[in-house]
Structures are given as C-alpha cells and as structure tokens.
Design a protein around this ligand. Structure first.
Ligand code: FPP
Length: 246
C-alpha cells in the first residue's frame, strides 16, 4: 500500500508550510549550475501542489525567496526571479482548472516590476478560487513581519483606535501577513538542515516539524504524502498530558 492510501483523510493538517532547501547542492552534485537546481525545484513545487489539491489541503505556504536571499549573487537572484515569473505564467491555467488561489506574503515591493506584475495579475485572476490557497513567501522575513505588526499596532494605539490592554493574540495575528489563515500544523524542511531560517516564527508555535535529508528537487508527491503520514502518527498535546487528550 502506498503512503497516499494510508493517509487518514479525516485528520489532515489544514495548513502545511515548506522550506524548500537544497536546490544548489542538488545541482552541484550533478556538476550543473545552481539555476538548474532551482528549475528542477519548480517541478517539485508542481508535484507538491498537485498532492495538496488531491488531498484537499486548505493552505500550502512555500518559502520561495527570503529577504536574506537578496544578498545572493545578482545572476542567481535574477535567474530565480525569472523562474518565478515563468512558473506562474505556465501554471496559471492549472490554478484556474484546479481551483487554486495564489497568494503571496513578504516585502513584495522589493520584487522586480515584471515579477511583481506577474504575481499580482495571477493573484487577481485566481482570487475567486475556493480550493487550495497557495501562498508564496517572497522577499519574506518573519522578524520583519513581526516588526511590521508591532508598528501597525503601535500606530493604532497612538491614534487612539486601540487600547494597549486590549492587544491580544488575535489582534496581533490580524496584523501579520498571514491574517485570516490558520497557523501551519506541519512544517516540512528538506535537505537535512535543522533550522527555521526566519520563517513563520509566530505562526509555527505549535507546528509539527518534519525534516528530511532529501534535497528539494528530489522531493515529490510521494515524499509529501510520507510527511503527512508521519504527522498523523504524532500526538499533538498543546501542553496537555496524553491522559487528558484520551
Ligand atoms: C533553496 O535552495 C531554494 C531557493 C532559495 C529558491 C526556491 C525557488 C524555487 C524552487 C522556484 C519555485 C517557483 C515558484 C513559482 C514557487 P538553495 O539554493 O538554498 O540550495 P542550497 O542550500 O543547496 O544551496
């Protein structure tokens, strides 16, 4: 029986976040340029989105480009931006067909115009879709997101719209990029690195973490299903005891 058949459809995570890592190493192993790894990484994105649609997962959030990634060599940054444009362009009809809504979080104003326009057009076009919400974290830094929320809230307090004592988790979450989304229950990281790398720090407070040594371009639908199966075997206690849960 394949892992897909073992998945309990009544116990799926509503939101899965992924740190797609290892494209560069994958290419290097093959004696190719890093961009070759990113291109093959885009095929893994396609496979995972397909898997998420198949299982009717609500939200899939992919760490596509971090704020820190702007410091990579210009040629690599430009190649990734071009790949993002081409991938969105190529996949938009599939998104419409599969009822996928494209969304993005991060400092999007830093994106090159062409990328920003392709992205926002696709977000507009898919805005009425009601299936999977596919969020690309682009030019994203979780610490920046948290600072931005603090500033927004401080502005509201200064303007007399909010009292300090009324600030709670819900108000804080309403000021994050992920407003309105459930917090991820499962976070997957590929490539054998055991770090969070400034990704969704607030949102993953209770997420189950799944690490695999597979490099991102080798991570396909079956691996995605494996991660979900692993998640389903865990007991999520939220600070309580096993006995309380049972
Ligand atoms: C991390 O591997 C990967 C990235 C920084 C880029 C990921 C982008 C894609 C897969 C393109 C997807 C496109 C869309 C539209 C979602 P790395 O370069 O850090 O690998 P390394 O750690 O082996 O060097």
């Amino acid at each position: 029986m394949g892992s897909r058949d073992q998945i309990d459809l009544s116990k799926l995570p509503k939101h899965i976040a992924i740190i797609m890592d290892g494209n560069g190493r994958w290419a290097k192993e093959k004696g190719k340029l890093r961009v070759f790894g990113h291109r093959n990484g885009a095929l893994s994105v396609r496979a995972v989105v397909e898997g998420a649609v198949e299982l009717k997962i609500g939200y899939l959030t992919l760490y596509t480009f971090s704020l820190e990634n702007w410091n990579r060599p210009k040629i690599e940054v430009m190649a990734i931006m071009e790949l993002i444009v081409n991938t969105i362009h190529r996949e938009i009809e599939t998104f419409m067909d599969k009822n996928v809504r494209l969304n993005a979080i991060g400092d999007l104003d830093l994106l090159p115009n062409k990328c920003y326009n392709e992205l926002t057009n696709a977000m507009d076009k898919t805005s009425g879709n009601t299936g999977l919400v596919l969020t690309l974290a682009l030019s994203y830094s979780s610490r920046r997101e948290i600072l931005r929320a603090v500033r927004n809230i401080a502005d509201k307090v200064n303007a007399g719209e909010l009292r300090t004592e009324d600030i709670d988790e819900e108000i804080f979450e309403d000021n994050l990029f992920t407003k309105g989304m459930p917090n991820p229950e499962l976070l997957i990281r590929t490539s054998g690195e055991y770090r969070i790398s400034n990704y969704l720090l607030w949102q993953i407070a209770y997420a189950e973490l799944y690490f695999t040594t597979k490099l991102w371009p080798d991570f396909r639908k079956e691996d995605f299903f494996e991660a979900i199966l692993d998640y389903q075997k865990r007991e999520r206690r939220f600070g309580m005891t096993s006995e309380q849960l049972n």
